[in-house]
Design a binder for this molecule. Structure first.
Ligand code: ZN
Ligand code: ZN
Ligand code: ZN
Length: 364
């Protein structure tokens, strides 16, 4: 990953936005810019990236060895450590001179945001998201390769579902097996495991419960993890434990058509909201519009949810390298539901799917 280039582009984008410096604490933005996977502690670690000038990484003295073992020194970033009883906020302020406007990363702890505000009373604070989000949304070839590997890893877990989903087991028991399989398949952490059996499948936010799976039901399985490279996977399939209920078979083909229409619509230049509309129009035309209660997708990369969001009102034009989910759902409260989710990447002339397991209903 070319961190120097990322920092250069971030500095330029900050300058263009009238921001004097980006202030970035441990999290996905710091990892994106420097490759330093710092732990978020109460003690301040902060990259000070001026629009104009040299970057510096402020770290607690006891974290200095970790910072020096990261790509940071190789990038020419000065590492400035602060001993246990020093004031790190004054140290940051001393480096910012006459800054009029600083941007804090979107995940910075509120305590640190307020301490920085107090240390820089003359500077306006804004969010760094509008500067860093668009940079992170356009993945490089290496990042697309990392997302492709994550997609293949989660597909391996979906292909094993017949081992896990059986009548008589609880969602929680199934979920534990799936979590183990997610790590076994090439992830280092499990991000989430959703097993929505029967009526629980009608709740998009359902996770796991002690409900027992029964024959003849459908089960929504939405799973994801993070690979050693730091990139996330996220894929949903809906399964049936024997022949599905008749009213489920009425709408599952509608959902398949909606998901296919949305993926087929992806190419450079079309808007994010047009992809949402492509899925929603198919579902609404079949009379299930009220049953599709969420946006069609979210960006994915170092975070499971990031820019760009595939939602009505987002007229952002898609560009090559943007990666996001396409995950329409149909939910009938009290009965059952279904969702189909693939991660896709915008290519120079169309789209690449990163999840390849069948989107036909898998009857186990
Ligand atoms: Zn998902
Ligand atoms: Zn998702
Ligand atoms: Zn985030």
């Amino acid at each position: 990953m070319d961190f120097s280039d990322r920092m250069r582009r971030a500095g330029e984008a900050a300058g263009a936005a009238g921001i004097d410096a980006l202030l970035v604490t441990p999290g996905p933005d710091l990892f994106y810019l420097t490759g330093y996977a710092a732990i978020a502690l109460e003690r301040l670690t902060c990259l000070v990236l001026p629009a104009d000038g040299d970057p510096v990484l402020v770290v607690p003295t006891l974290e200095r060895p970790a910072a020096e073992a990261s790509p940071v020194p190789g990038l020419g970033i000065e590492v400035l450590d602060w001993p246990e009883t020093a004031d790190p906020y004054a140290l940051v302020a001393s480096r910012l001179g006459a800054a009029r406007r600083t941007a804090v990363d979107d995940h910075m702890h509120a305590a640190k945001v307020l301490a920085l505000r107090a240390a820089l009373p003359g500077a306006e604070q804004v969010l760094a998201g509008p500067v860093l989000g668009p940079l992170r949304a356009r993945k490089s070839a290496a990042e697309v390769a990392a997302l492709r590997a994550a997609g293949e890893a989660i597909d391996r877990v979906h292909r094993r579902m017949a081992e896990f989903l059986r009548p008589g087991r609880t969602e929680r028991e199934v979920g534990r097996d799936i979590a183990e399989a997610i790590v076994g398949a090439g992830h280092v952490t499990v991000e989430f495991v959703i097993v929505g059996s029967g009526p629980n499948g009608a709740s998009p936010h359902h996770e796991l419960s002690d409900r027992v799976l029964r024959a003849g039901e459908t089960v929504v399985v939405d799973i994801g993890g993070t690979t050693a490279a730091g990139y996330c996977s996220d894929s949903t399939r809906t399964y049936a434990l024997g022949g599905p209920p008749a009213d489920f078979a009425d709408y599952y083909p509608v959902l398949q058509a909606a998901q296919a229409a949305a993926v087929d619509a992806v190419r450079p230049g079309v808007s994010a909201e047009s992809i949402d509309a492509a899925a929603r129009d198919v579902i609404a035309a079949a009379g299930y519009g009220e049953a599709f209660v969420h946006r069609t997708g979210h960006g994915i990369g170092l975070e499971a949810h990031e820019d760009p969001y595939i939602v009505a009102g987002n007229d952002l034009p898609l560009e090559p390298g943007m990666a996001f989910s396409v995950e329409p759902g149909i939910y009938l409260p009290g009965r059952h539901g279904a969702r189909i989710e693939d991660i896709v990447v915008v290519t120079e002339d169309g789209v690449e799917r990163l999840n390849r397991t069948t989107r036909d209903l898998v009857v186990l």
